[in-house]
Design a protein around this ligand. Sequence first.
Ligand SMILES: Cc1cc2nc3c(=O)[nH]c(=O)nc-3n(C[C@H](O)[C@H](O)[C@H](O)COP(=O)(O)OP(=O)(O)OC[C@H]3O[C@@H](n4cnc5c(N)ncnc54)[C@H](O)[C@@H]3O)c2cc1C
Length: 535
Amino acid sequence: MSGRIPDPLRAGLASGWKVFDGSRQVQDLDWKADVVIVGSGAGGGIAAEVLSGAGLDVLIVEEGGLYSSADFRLNEAKAYSELYQESASRQTADKGVSILQGRTVGGGTTVNWTSAFRTPPDTLRWWQESYGLATLTPEAMRPWFEKAEQRLGIAPWQGMPNPNNLVLERGCQALGLRHARISRNVRGCWNLGYCGMGCPTNAKQSMLVTSIPAALERGARLLTRVRVERLQGDQAGKRIISLRGSLLAADGLTPSGRKLTVRAGHVVLAAGAIGSPAVMLRSDLPDSADLTGKRTFLHPVAMSAALMPERIEPYNGAPQTVYSDHFMHTQSLDGPLGFKLEVPPIHPLLAGVTFPGFGSAQAELLGRLPHLHASLALLRDGFHPDSQGGEVGLRGDGSPLLDYPLNDVVWDGVRRGWLAMAELQFAAGAERVLPLHTSAEPASSWRQARAMIESLPLQPLMAKLVSAHVMGGMAMGDDPTRGVVDEWGRHWMWRNLTVVDGSVFPTSVGANPQLSIYAFAWRAATALRIRLAAG
Ligand SMILES: Cc1cc2nc3c(=O)[nH]c(=O)nc-3n(C[C@H](O)[C@H](O)[C@H](O)COP(=O)(O)OP(=O)(O)OC[C@H]3O[C@@H](n4cnc5c(N)ncnc54)[C@H](O)[C@@H]3O)c2cc1C
């Protein structure tokens, strides 16, 4: 199939784009650039397009490899190992939350599920009031959301939701809960349902097929399979003078022994909300208030599976096209954690490691995959006083590890999420409902499910929690005691360093974050472009 679909990346490479594979270099690299961008995901891609558009000499350094539509074969095993951090097995320190993050050109945008929401106005208001980010009003942010929406084809999904998503819609209708359709960043979507394995038709308007090619077309350089290890600051503690990285071997993981040095006028950090703080921690570059890596948020996700009488084929069709914010608004913003309800796709490999049970019981459940539905409750963390998120630290080998303690506030949200989802699933006609918890048994009525959920012990590893939204750790604040960067992503201490990825958010976003990252990155990169032009 892919052979007949034009692959813009392969065409660009053939036309002479300056793309270099770190694993193929036979000597150390010592390069210069006006701007070096670390990471090519949501923030890095947008920054590359904006800055290369100003005629600057831009170098993008990406740890992952370059894979494009011709490589994407709807194959889970291949996709997770090639395109995800730690082969999609990244976990928090106590293994309580499994974390999905991209590790390839395009970062998370290459593998994400295309749901697009603007930053909720109440989140922006909270940032204004609690972090002094007075200019971040919904009105001031609107042009940046609009730019990103236009550039990336973000629009309400006009197609029919797949039967998996219709379960949530039906449940909401039956219980009278507010719900709506989700906007997506696609153009000409084939409705395949395998977005998480990379889009084989280039319909998903990820950084891989939009901003990165635009930057390369304008002469930017892309260096793949190179892990940025550290930045070196000057004696005065004001400017970054160089960047050091390790070129990786052909496996894309182990260092080849060759090194990268870059001297650039400006450094843009966009390695994601675990990767960017990790670069700073490895560099031993302080911020004024020792906030780097702290208050890292996950939107911890609780899930509930349901067996439906009808065949719903949860692996087919656009993922996440229906949502409900009903439970976002039943409590105050800083009260018990609110949650957003959505419907993930279910594919066999990820279901096998996420769904509880062993042996024949799990085999029986997975054997009914075409009838399986799953809902997710995405918890809004970072607002409640006891929701302080996690902290990025370093393992002995320098690789990052997120410690995210699961406390009572999170567990309370998890339990409420399971209850809400079970009730909705039965209201939509589910035969059996199973919260993703090792002690849970399939319940055949709402009453039975409620009693079981209320008695489930809440502990890491028993409850299966996941996250695909890592945010915070190098947050914006109006002064160096309240944030690592200012509202333009500019580091308060290291003035030729700008952060443009999900790490700049002071709390979780409270909605799937890609559009927030695009908009904030566009705004920050535009301000940087103006500053650099002014000298
Ligand atoms: C499976 C999945 C589904 C998702 N679905 C949605 C969705 O539907 N809607 C939504 O809004 N969001 C979704 N997300 C989340 C969204 O994609 C991310 O929030 C977003 O991509 C994060 O952008 P970022 O710029 O912070 O980092 P990323 O996009 O993660 O990019 C960071 C890049 O930096 C690279 N990097 C890291 N460390 C280094 C280093 N030391 N040196 C060099 N390079 C480095 C990484 O390899 C990566 O490519 C999903 C994510 C996943 C994984």
